[in-house]
Every structure is written in C-alpha cells, then in structure tokens.
Design a protein around this ligand. Sequence first.
Ligand code: GRF
Length: 217
Amino acid sequence: MQRKRVAILISGRGSNMSALIEAAKAKNYPAEIALVLSNRPDAAGLEFAHAAGIQTRVIDHRDFGKDRVAFDAAVQAVLLQHRIDIVCLAGFMRLLTSSFVSAWQGRMLNIHPALLPAFKGLHTHQRALEAGAKIHGATVHFVAPEMDSGPIIAQGAVAVRADDSEESLAARVLGIEHRIYPLALKLVAEGRIRVENGRCLIDGVPVPDAAHLVPSA
Ligand code: GRF
C-alpha cells in the first residue's frame, strides 16, 4: 500500500510530533511524515524533526499581521507543494479559517488534552482538577471549523488522583496522547474511518473494539 504523506503542524515542544515520527519509522506503518511545519521559528520541535531527517518549514504568522486568510493560503501552498495527504495538528496554536478547514475535511486531525466534548480550549488539566473530574484524558479528532470539535477518532483516559497537581496530571495525559495519536493516524491512513452523522465509524462499527481502547495509565 502506498504510504500516505503526512504534514505535522506545530508551534512548540513537539512531543506529539516526535511520537508520530517514531511510530512512522515502523515498516508497516501506513503513513510517512513528509513535512513538519511551524508557525514559530523558535519551536523546539523543529530541531527534533530536522535531526530525524524530516523536511521542515517555518511560516511565521507574525509576517501576516491579522490576515489569517493569507497565512492559511501560505500554509496551503506548502502542503500542496509537498503533496500532503493528511495534516496532523500537534500543539499548533493558531486558529485556522473555515475555508482551510473545509479543504482538509476528513484529512486533518488534532489532538486535544481532554476528553472532548469536556474542557475545550486552554488550561484543560487545571480546569479538570478544579471541576473535581475523576477521569481525564486526551482526544484525537477530525478538525471542524469550530475549535476543539469534530468527529472523535480515539480517546484515552487516566484516573485523576487526589494528590494530582496540574503538572502531574498533564504528564500522565501526555503519555496517553503519545499512544493515541499514532493509533488514530494509522486508522485514518489505512482508510478505516468513516464519518456518519458526525461520528466516526471504525471498520464500519460505531464503538471502537477493545484493540482501540487505551487502558488507564
Ligand atoms: C499537547 O498537550 C496537545 O494535546 C495540545 O498541545 C500540547 C502540545 O504538546 N494540543 P507537544 O508540542 O505535542 O509536546
């Protein structure tokens, strides 16, 4: 099978990006990481990607002022130039225009550090602790125009501990993120996900089977 060409969009640390790069090293992984693109020249993830021999590009959003359309057009041009099939947002801290999102419908994934639809937006771990949530986790979903929404592809959960701090909870959730993102990308790249009525079917089944569930860390 022809491996899908994936671009990962980052803004910072890039630990999810690194997890995807590591997963894609496996011979039978159905996707190759063809490009890492950052909107920040100082994103730490760029160095890791470069060291892994992956093409990197910086499109600095500050060069575009408030013009999101022009920024997205520049990103789109680079994605087309690299013949990208699938886009993975991994800590990419820019809102994308709805026309860009529409162009990638069903082919653009995001990872969010909470069990969506709970705790959309920022500071998810702190908010989960403040809410007294007993279960927290991470979600990989297809990107829809509205932020942190879109059909859910994979989720992984952790139990919240009584003595958890924001940092300790974030660290456990991050471990889950690094497991579910490669899994979700694999399923999408293999063409095993279909969206019906806003929900993902995996191999035609609405609820993922046991193989797709990530046990609590
Ligand atoms: C992750 O927690 C991800 O879920 C969120 O931003 C963070 C990015 O971390 N969208 P990293 O850059 O992948 O290390």
